[in-house]
Design a protein around this ligand. Structure first.
Ligand SMILES: [Zn+2]
Length: 313
């Protein structure tokens, strides 16, 4: 009997090199990454060096077309979990994923936002910035780990390795799967793990040229807070786009009878209505005033991979 989305593809090049794990479907309803990974598993790259592992995060949720079955898998890659978290199907998956991440130098985790119109952006930390050069992202979110612990990228960060989560746009965007695939191929190329990009991907790159400017500046956002609802019913006062600025005293939502507003300005991320108390309603971001300097290609060695080669001293 075939077991959909359970397959794991592991590839090795002839020479030693970086070990990369690519994940999609950690949230089962985020189709773009899942489609991209399926294409790549069907036509896997020829590796010249290093190791590549591709796996789906949450096969059961993918089949159901739901974000999760019992627990948010992207909060379970940590040790301080509750009993009900440990009893979930997602915990089984988290344990399996950890084994692969423990054997990897870096992880690329493909997600998509449930907010329509969301741009492509990365969630990662500074050591991985040089690797963003070839990804179609202009915005980068840092410091999410203290507020949403237990993610795949957070797990890698906690191990002193590189974790990059790419939110490939709105989960219903027509070109989001292409963007997700572009991310994987370009990262493989940047890491010198493949001879050349497939023609189809090079053309995609051309179409996405606006997002791929080699010397573009990154906009940096730091997570400074998370809002969790107290009442059962949390309702936004309007649809908030990802990164939308919120003014001081602007009423962003009603948490039961409470009007939610803050005395300071911020940018909002992943804002959504909630129906159970204590859920993640939105993240607060502060935009770094000084834009990141233009990125230059990562100074990666052509020989044996050392994960600390692209870290700042
Ligand atoms: Zn996700």
């Amino acid at each position: 009997m075939s077991r959909p989305y359970q397959g794991i593809v592991e590839l090795a090049g002839a020479r030693p090199g970086p070990s990369l794990t690519v994940l999609a479907g950690i949230h089962g309803n985020e189709l773009p990454g899942i489609l991209a990974l399926r294409r790549m598993m069907r036509r896997p790259p020829q590796l010249r060096r290093g190791r590549l592992t591709m796996l789906y995060g949450n096969p059961r949720a993918i089949l159901l077309g739901r974000r999760q079955t019992e627990q948010n898998l992207n909060r379970l890659l940590r040790d301080d979990l509750t009993r009900s978290q440990r009893r979930s199907y997602e915990y089984e998956r988290a344990c399996l994923i950890r084994q692969y991440l423990d054997n990897s130098d870096l992880c690329l985790d493909l997600h998509a936002s449930s907010t329509p119109g969301s741009p492509v952006f990365a969630i990662t930390e500074k050591p991985a910035f040089p690797l963003l050069t070839r990804l179609p992202v202009r915005k980068v979110v840092t410091n999410i780990d203290p507020f949403e612990p237990g993610s795949t990228d957070g797990y890698m960060n906690s191990r002193g390795k590189l974790g990059i989560c790419v939110e490939c746009g709105f989960l219903g965007d027509a070109d989001a799967a292409d963007l997700a695939e572009l991310c994987v191929w370009n990262l493989l190329d940047e890491l010198d793990m493949i001879e050349r990009l497939p023609t189809r991907i090079s053309s995609l790159q051309f179409i996405q040229a606006d997002n791929m400017l080699p010397r573009r500046k990154l906009e940096l956002y730091t997570v400074t807070g998370i809002y969790k609802n107290r009442a059962k019913e949390f309702r936004l006062t309007r649809a908030y786009r990802d990164f939308q600025p919120v003014s001081p005293d602007e009423i962003i939502a009603k948490d039961g009878d409470l009007r939610v507003s803050f005395a300071y300005p911020f940018h909002v991320l992943f804002a959504q209505d909630r129906d159970r108390p204590g859920e993640e309603c939105f993240l607060q971001l502060q935009k770094e005033l000084k834009a990141c300097p233009p990125l230059r290609p990562a100074p990666l060695p052509r020989g044996v991979w050392r994960p600390d080669c692209c870290r700042e001293s």
